[in-house]
Design a protein around this ligand. Structure first.
Ligand code: AMP
Length: 216
């Protein structure tokens, strides 16, 4: 099964995709997480991506499309988080899946109003090592700056700083919102309002995806 999670920065795609991957055994494919690992490793792709990421711009489609090819036909099923982010990426995904004889089974759009998104992003921190997300107000690590999960360093992402957040919202409207229309025109988008506790959002997501998939 291949599930696409769509939604603006701060909608909670990563948090929910992790939970869903844990409960279903599906592979969580986050292009943001992969890119941050490339940046940390100072690989050729990481060095190229860093400049785009720090300002909240998108890494070029060709780099992203090449990067994800190896993952999309994982037999465990794939939860796509942060991809596709442009219509070109969505078309490329369709072509690759068609070649592999695999469809996109479900597209879920997680919506949250803009004020809430900005608030969430301004209090968000992440483990540099395992990428576990935290909210410094409502869900901080037990020991400040230290990941509960792996002991790694918990920091604010450069692209969660105010200037980059504004640009990410703009980029989302201009380049990623059309991806929602692309999937809507095919009629298979489930809409959920992704506000409330992470548990309540997970409940809505599980229902949107259908029983059996998200059950533990
Ligand atoms: P995320 O963790 O999903 O918010 O992604 C962080 C940053 O990585 C984005 O602001 C982009 O710079 C880059 N990025 C992640 N996924 C993509 C993608 N599918 N296409 C282009 N850039 C991406």
């Amino acid at each position: 099964m291949r599930i696409v999670l769509l939604g603006p920065p701060g909608a909670g795609k990563g948090t929910q995709a992790r939970r869903l991957a844990d409960s279903t055994g599906m592979k969580h494919l986050s292009t943001g997480d992969i890119l941050r690992a490339e940046v940390a490793a100072k690989s050729e792709l990481g060095l190229l991506a860093k400049g785009f990421m720090d300002t909240g711009d998108l890494v070029p489609d060709s780099n992203i499309i090449a990067m994800i090819q190896q993952y999309i036909d994982d037999p465990a099923g794939v939860l796509l988080d942060g991809f596709p982010r442009t219509v070109v990426q969505a078309e490329s995904l369709d072509n690759s899946l068609e070649e592999a004889g695999l469809p996109v089974d479900k597209v879920v759009h997680m919506s949250v109003d803009t004020d809430e998104l900005v608030k969430r992003l301004s209090t968000r921190a992440i483990c540099k090592n395992c990428q576990t997300p935290y909210n410094l107000e409502s869900d901080p690590p037990a020991k400040a700056g230290v990941c509960d999960n792996c002991g790694g360093e918990v920091t604010v992402r450069d692209d969660d700083k105010p200037e980059a957040v504004l640009n990410r919202m703009k980029v989302y409207q201009e380049l990623t919102a059309p991806v929602l229309d692309y999937y809507k025109s095919r009629g298979d988008v489930a809409e959920i309002i992704a506000t409330g506790t992470p548990d309540s959002v997970f409940e809505k997501l599980s229902q949107a995806i259908g029983s059996g998939v998200a059950s533990n």
